[in-house]
Every structure is written in C-alpha cells, then in structure tokens.
Ligand binder design. Structure first.
Ligand SMILES: O=C(O)[C@H](O)[C@@H](O)[C@H](O)[C@H](O)COP(=O)(O)O
Length: 232
C-alpha cells in the first residue's frame, strides 16, 4: 500500500501534530461506535508524542490502549514498554483510558502470548490507530531480522494475536502482535526521528528481502496507507 511522508521541523512539532491526528481518529471511532482502540510502540521515540496525546480532550474513558509489542519483563522493570506508557501516556486526561498489557506473569513467554491473545481478542479488529516505530536494523514491533518466529509474524495468513519473538537484537524474549493484527489499522503510522532513521527508511523502501528489514512488510503489504511521521 502507499505511504505518505509527513516531515516536521522539530520533534515537538511532530508530537503535537501526530497527537492531534490520533485524537481526531479516536474521537471519530468513538462517535461511530462508542469505543476506540490504539496500539502503540515502546522505545525512546514516542515519549513526546505520548505526553502531547495525554493532554488531548477526548472521551478517554471509551479508549482502549495496548502495545504493539512488549519485552517479557514485569511492568516495574526499566525495559518495560508498559512502564513507558504508564509514565508518559496514561497521564493527564488520558488517565481515564483502559490499558491492556501484553505482559503478565506466566509459566513461559509462550503462555504469556496465549493469555495476551485472549485478553486482546475483543479489541483491534481492526485497531483504530497503530503507531509503529523502527529500529536501525529495520525492525518494527518485535519483527526482528533473524527472529525466532519472524516468518509466522509477517505471514498475512497468521491469525490476529500475540506471538513470541526471540532475536539477537531484541534483548529479552518479546511478545508482539502479528503483522495481520496491525496492518489494517484505520490510521497506520510509522513514527521515526533523526537523520539516521531516515536513511534506514530509504534503504527499507529499496529492493531487498522483508526478512532482512521487516519494516518492508508494512511498507509493501499493509492494506492501510502508511503515514510516516519524521522529524530531524
Ligand atoms: O519494544 C520496542 O523496542 C519497540 O516497540 C520497537 O519496535 C521500537 O519501536 C523500535 O525499536 C524503535 O525504538 P526507538 O524509538 O528507541 O528507536
């Protein structure tokens, strides 16, 4: 599907504009069916956007927030994406939103993925908003090059849900929604910042295998248009 690049003079300008766009989309979903869902990424890039979105005046009590992926660590671990969302997005007006974590204590990461699939089954079919990030290796969500379940994760026929992923660049075992769960969001956003990430995007937009740069699956096969938000 096509992608559109939205470039901004600063990260602050991007954060405000993306927060407005997402708030409008969530409000439209609430107006249409009384509820809205958003799946966000972790990492370092989204903080300013989360903080801006948390102040937007929408019916947050009708919004369900979850993560596109999570490290298999408890919410009090510094590596937790839940902790990042708690500290930056579930604040201010957005405190009223419902949050569905991917991590929960379980005998194994596989069991945690099964539980997360169960708990998220009633949201995101499709998601109203998905915010993806991208690593320097071209991963997105936890679709890492060389990942243990990368083929399953990227296969459009894999049922919606959360699966596990282990990879050299991933650190802890990961829990990640599948490509099929994320690629048809009403608003599908790739949020990246810095010249380096722009170079990575340019390489990803070129020829090459999806397995080498998994963001290519989103850029090439997502059924929703990809809105790329970039600032220096
Ligand atoms: O759990 C994660 O790490 C994210 O979901 C991941 O996919 C992230 O979006 C990229 O790694 C970019 O991370 P930065 O924003 O820190 O560059």
């Amino acid at each position: 599907m096509a992608s559109t690049l939205h470039s901004f003079a600063s990260a602050a300008d991007l954060a405000g504009s993306l927060a407005d766009k997402v708030a409008d989309r969530l409000s439209a979903a609430i107006a249409a069916r009384g509820a809205a869902s958003i799946a966000v990424s972790g990492g370092s890039t989204p903080k300013a956007f989360f903080q801006a979105l948390s102040t937007r005046d929408i019916a947050w009590d009708k919004v369900t927030i979850t993560l596109v992926d999570e490290r298999f660590v408890p919410a009090d671990n510094a590596r937790s994406n839940h902790l990042l969302v708690d500290a930056n997005l579930l604040q201010n007006k957005a405190k009223a939103a419902r949050f569905v974590p991917l991590y929960q204590p379980a005998a194994s990461v596989e069991e945690a993925a099964r539980l997360a699939t169960e708990k998220s089954a009633e949201i995101g079919i499709p998601f109203d908003v998905v915010i993806l990030g991208m690593g320097g290796d071209g991963h997105t969500a936890s679709f890492f090059p060389g990942g243990s379940n990368l083929a399953e994760a990227l296969d459009a026929s894999t049922p919606r849900g959360v699966i596990t992923m282990e990879a050299e660049g991933a650190g802890e075992p990961r829990l990640t929604f599948t490509f099929s769960s994320l690629q048809d969001a009403a608003l599908l956003v790739l949020h990246i910042e810095g010249e380096g990430k722009k170079d990575v995007l340019a390489k990803a937009e070129g020829s090459g295998d999806e397995a080498d740069m998994p963001i290519r699956a989103v850029l090439r096969r997502a059924t929703s248009p990809v809105e790329i938000y970039w600032a220096p």
